[in-house]
Design a protein around this ligand. Structure first.
Ligand SMILES: Nc1ncnc2c1ncn2[C@@H]1O[C@H](COP(=O)(O)OP(=O)(O)OP(=O)(O)O)[C@@H](O)[C@H]1O
Length: 332
């Protein structure tokens, strides 16, 4: 199961959190400390703090308009924060822009591509922009074409690519210079199930190579499977450790299946769950339970009562639960 919110917890529970950059933490990965950015009267990001460690995948989740893209643009050195500080592999995107860009790969949610260039030439020219010589750029382009599975389209102009194929080219482009830190904005958008599975494998592989990945997505089940932790942002503010702890302990629906639904229902009622609080979803019963300990205790009681249980699992993933729970309340 996902180790929910470890990244943001690290930032909020660290004694040096008031200034994580000056604390004991090694200046690697991504360190965001009380960052804010407004556009006129619109406070797109008010107060964002978190740490994403090397070798991990961190999800960035939040409702529409909560500041995810603005935050990513600041991390990518494409937008200057009004307040706070950012470190990418120890470098400041504002004062050490070139160093940050050489260490960071950015996959935007929509690929701005040169439509008449081929996939291969797009990658070669991108590599050359990072001062990779032509021969090495051609070799790197071929490696990436294989990696993201675009061999048939390698020499076609990018304008013929489908949305999903453009996503794969965008990811390849972000990887051209072998960055330490990767920002992926909605990477699974437009991908079919097979391409999503290979994206997930690739993301995990990049993390196992020691890279730091920050992935924003609205497809929470997708993130649940690939992320080690997540940062939740709402109205430009990252969730506090207290809000996350409350969310983890709050009631969430569990799905229970038995070949004998009548016996299952009776056992749930005998365990103190009100009849009205038991929902039915086809062959399964759904009950709200507060935390893992309550779920373990109920399962033990049902088994001890002799009910044959074939499914006992959360009805929503960790991230979806946190998202729904945190969206319904204050984040700070
Ligand atoms: N250049 C800009 N000028 C004015 N307002 C902006 C600008 N960019 C973003 N905003 C506003 O800042 C807020 C945060 O936008 P942002 O795109 O960062 O959200 P998001 O979390 O990425 O949203 P979504 O999930 O819908 O992609 C929104 O209210 C948006 O309208």
């Amino acid at each position: 199961m996902l180790n929910l919110m470890t990244s943001v917890e690290a930032a909020h529970s660290d004694p040096a959190h008031n200034d994580p950059v000056q604390g004991d933490l090694a200046p690697t990965g991504i360190v965001v400390d009380h960052v804010g950015r407004s556009f006129g009267q619109v406070h797109a990001v008010r107060d964002a703090s978190f740490i994403a460690q090397p070798g991990t995948v961190t999800g960035l989740i939040g409702p529409n308009g909560s500041g995810k893209t603005t935050l990513m643009l600041m991390l990518a050195s494409l937008l200057k924060p009004d307040s706070g500080s950012i470190r990418i592999s120890g470098c400041d995107p504002v004062t050490e822009t070139a160093a940050v860009r050489s260490r960071l790969g950015w996959m935007p949610d929509v690929l701005g591509s040169w439509s008449s260039l081929s996939v291969r030439d797009t990658l070669i020219y991108t590599a050359q922009m990072y001062a990779i010589d032509k021969a090495a750029a051609a070799t790197r382009a071929q490696e990436l074409i294989t990696l993201v599975d675009l061999p048939e389209l390698a020499d076609s102009p990018t304008r013929v690519l489908s949305r999903g194929q453009k996503q794969r080219l965008s990811l390849a482009r972000a990887l051209v210079h072998e960055p330490d830190v990767l920002l992926l904005d909605e990477p699974a958008s437009g991908l079919d199930p097979v391409a999503r599975a290979s994206l997930r494998n690739l993301v995990r592989r990049l993390a196992s190579e020691g890279k730091t990945l920050l992935v924003s997505s609205h497809v929470l089940s997708e993130l649940d499977e690939m992320a080690d932790g997540a940062v939740y942002i709402s109205q430009g503010v990252t969730a506090s450790a207290e809000a996350l702890a409350r969310s983890r302990a709050s009631a969430r629906p569990w799905r229970i299946r038995s070949s004998d639904v009548v016996a299952l229902r009776a056992a749930l009622v005998a365990d103190g769950i009100e009849e009205a609080a038991i929902a039915t979803d086809r062959t399964e019963l759904i009950v709200a339970l507060e935390g893992e300990a309550a779920a373990s205790a109920l399962l033990a009681h049902l088994v001890a009562a002799g009910v044959a249980i074939s499914t006992f699992a959360p009805a929503v993933g960790d991230l979806e639960h946190a998202f729904i729970d945190l969206s319904s309340g204050e984040t700070k």
